[in-house]
Design a protein around this ligand. Sequence first.
Ligand code: PMP
Length: 404
Amino acid sequence: MPVVSQRARQLGTENAFVVLAEVNQLIRSGRDVVSFCIGQPDFPTPTNIQDAAVSAVRGGKHGYTPSAGINELREAVARDIQRTRGITVDPADVVVAAGAKPFIGYTVLSVTDYGAGDEVIYPNPGFPIYESQIRANGAVPVPIHLREDRGFNFDPQELADKITPRTKLLILNSPQNPTGAIIPRDQMAAIAEILRANEQVWVFADEIYGRLVYEGEFVSIATFPGMLERTIIADGCSKTWAMTGWRIGFAANRKLAPFFTTWITNTESCASQISQWAAVEALDGPQDDAKRMRDIFLQRRDLIVRLLNEVPGVTCQSPGGAFYAWPNVTEACRMIGAKDSEELRARLLHEAGVAVLADIHFGPRVPGEGQHIRFSYAASNEAIEKGISRMAEFIRANTRRSAA
Ligand code: PMP
């Protein structure tokens, strides 16, 4: 019998999709579940963007494109990077793919060699695909821990300590999934300083949430002296313009752009031309809808953080960006006798009808940092109010006498 490779069998996944399947099953069986699981905007794609896609189809713009994407989109991305980050990049250095996600794998593939001991440092907790792609492509994953008392950032000294001559890549994500944290300017400067002393290290700057910022400022590592050449700026349309299913992301880096292009030729050939024209409209067209969605996320953030802090045994920092809240539930677990955040998550789902993800879905729990769960507040105000009130009620009703 032919066998499946070790690599395929060990491939990681996004547990969000696994939990989502469980949630959908419960909903299908008639259960009333308020879901905070999924990391995608709950708005329709703005109409002007939809119209641009329809015009592309009707206008016969639906064939293959060059693997790097249509020039109009690469130019629009370069203008956008100038506008949002104050950095000049040549459109020739921009590559378009089916989402920002594929660039994680393409980057690991382009800067490390399989089984050679090349190390990649990445945030923990973090987007699970980082670790999965590092492992699948035969590099060594080196997690760097985010600390609650640092606003869910890492200590730059810890970064300095983790870099070795074998470190080939550092992955940064700000604003961050799952904590919503933003890396502040002084810390970004400290990271750049450390990298200047370690010339062999590339930086994958996952800036997909860069426009969903509510407090503080979005700072790209690429703006610091010496960093642009070695930074892969990764961004896309999914979050800002509610375009997750359209599958458009982009990356900019002079040296790696031709290699990304060749990976794309070897895999997807090109991103959907229809979606590429829609993305040109997203970047260049009116921004009122994007701004409105961002403002709604901000109101929801304030609502969910306030309500979570009223839940017994829960404390929640106010995240600076993205659409995630990452409350500390260590005390709530203790009160109801749950051994950890995963048991709390499962009980919230099955006993209270509230669907969230647990910290372990974003990497191994950081020692000494307690228990956390993730809420995506891409959900209506009514859903937020109902969901958090169910959670509070559940914890009150299940608090053990001795723990009260
Ligand atoms: N990076 C992070 C941190 C994300 O949270 C996501 C989406 N959940 C992505 C990348 C991928 O986005 P997309 O492929 O839709 O552009």
